[in-house]
Design a protein around this ligand. Structure first.
Ligand SMILES: [Zn+2]
Length: 454
């Protein structure tokens, strides 16, 4: 198998991709907390890890991609109370909307999409194990993780223990043995309408333990790639790693892979992180309404996944023009093998992906392939382009070379009828109409046939 390297956040280095079982590569990518409709920034990890799965499959690996949905979280209680709806109803609505919105991107679904509410027994079992080994303690119905019992805590995020803030605010602060400890379980509180029974009392799990339990249940421990946005490195992923190691004595994942944030240009011209606190949010569904899935995928692919990516109308317009350029080129191709002269572009495309999944560099090679294909004086086979687009989830841009649309076939038949009736003016008019659609009629061995206009 060709060498693939990926950047690992924990070691801060490019690591050779050496899965425990090439036929069963496991990827877990943290998904959204479903308290509101997702914004376009939430789609970046969805796109990156869906494409990574396609690429690794292209390289000959068998891949299971797990993309979770966090449907137990403080934010959901807060949003549900504000909206005056039960929290489980809000979470279900928003999980459904997330599924519908991401479906429209056109990359398919992850192999498993666990919801935290479906894994509460696994979560309770994992917390019990941490209590049994003294890595956790109960305080007034809450359960907290003893951070200082873990050697190497802070290794993933490279933070100094003394500078850390778990982001849990004042809540439970007086119950913690150490301010560094974080919640595995929160006791039921007045106003919370969803809760579960556990041996230490009624309540609900914390966010970090949910992911540890779901990932282990579906992929086992020491699976191949744990992914998510770079904003999740601390505390979320640091805590996932610590809990699982404390409970199982083995690392949760081999490679930690993080995508950069989507940034919006602010009025001052400076990039700022896209989050719910910024006023200029664009819903994923709004962006898809405006440009469609292929353009959005091209936009995300235009940057290296680890870098921040600026979101602007101009960048979207660039992606739209690129999609058009690919579609136009695809229309001029014929099915079948591509000429050897174009091979180096195709090979460079896959080499770029093998080197830390560099989609930006891969796209540059794809555009080089198109440029040379357009210049070719011979007809060019489409196989290379189809292979490259498939891996990025852009096979939809090839649809034009699958054959003429029904409308063009009808026009061609009407034109034949006009010619048979010697109505040359009508035949010419239909020919022009076909040409406007990108098709011409040519005489083939089996009579007239439609071919793409070049
Ligand atoms: Zn997570």
């Amino acid at each position: 198998m060709p060498d693939v390297t990926l950047y690992d956040t924990r070691t801060r280095s490019l690591q050779p991709f050496e899965p425990r079982d090439p036929a069963r590569v496991g990827i877990y990518a943290c998904g959204p907390t479903v308290y509101a409709r997702v914004h376009v920034g939430n789609a970046r990890p969805f796109v990156v890890f869906s494409q990574l799965k396609r690429f690794l499959e292209h390289e000959g690996y068998g891949v299971t991609l797990v993309g979770n949905v966090t449907d137990i979280n403080d934010k959901i209680y807060t949003a549900a109370t504000a909206a005056g709806v039960p929290s489980d109803e809000l979470a279900q609505q928003m999980a459904k909307a997330y599924r519908e919105d991401t479906d429209r991107i056109g990359l398919g679904r992850p192999d498993a999409e666990p919801h935290a509410t479906e894994y509460v027994p696994h979560i309770i079992e994992l917390i019990q194990r941490l209590l049994d080994t003294d890595a956790a303690y109960v305080a007034s119905g809450d359960v907290y993780f003893r951070v200082r019992t873990v050697d190497g805590y802070g290794e993933l995020s490279r933070r100094d223990l003394e500078q850390m803030d778990q982001g849990e605010g004042v809540e439970g602060a007086d119950l913690k043995e150490d301010p560094l400890d974080f919640a595995l379980w929160k006791a039921w509180k007045e106003g919370e309408d969803t809760s579960w029974d556990a041996p230490w009392g009624r309540g609900r799990p914390g966010w970090h333990i949910e992911c540890s339990a779901m990932a282990e249940a579906l992929l086992g421990v020491e699976f191949d790639i744990h992914g998510g946005g770079v904003d999740l490195v601390f505390p979320h992923h640091e805590n996932e790693a610590a809990q699982t190691f404390a409970a199982r004595g083995r690392p949760l994942a081999k490679i930690w892979m993080h995508n950069g944030m989507l940034e919006l240009a602010s009025a001052s011209g400076e990039a700022e992180k896209m989050s719910k606190s910024v006023g200029n949010i664009r819903g994923l569904h709004e962006v898809l309404d405006a440009v469609g899935g292929d353009v959005l995928i091209l936009f995300f692919s235009s940057g290296h996944y680890r870098q921040p990516l600026a979101f602007s109308d101009e960048r979207l317009e660039d992606a739209r023009r690129s999609a058009e350029r690919i579609r136009d080129a695809a229309r001029r191709l014929v099915p079948g093998p591509s000429p050897d002269a174009l091979r180096p572009h195709r090979d460079a495309f896959f080499d770029a992906l093998r080197s830390d999944f560099n989609t930006a560099e891969a796209l540059a090679s794809l555009y080089g392939w198109i440029r040379d294909a357009n210049r070719s004086e011979e007809t060019v086979g489409s196989d290379d382009l189809r292979e490259m687009l498939d891996v990025l989830g852009l096979e939809g841009l090839m649809a034009a070379d699958e054959g003429p649309p029904a409308e063009a076939t009808e026009l061609a038949e009407a034109r034949e009828a006009a010619r048979a009736a010697k109505d040359w003016a009508e035949a010419d008019r239909l020919r022009d109409e076909l040409l406007a659609m990108g098709w011409v009629v040519r005489d083939g061995p089996d009579g007239p046939e439609l071919v793409p206009a070049s």
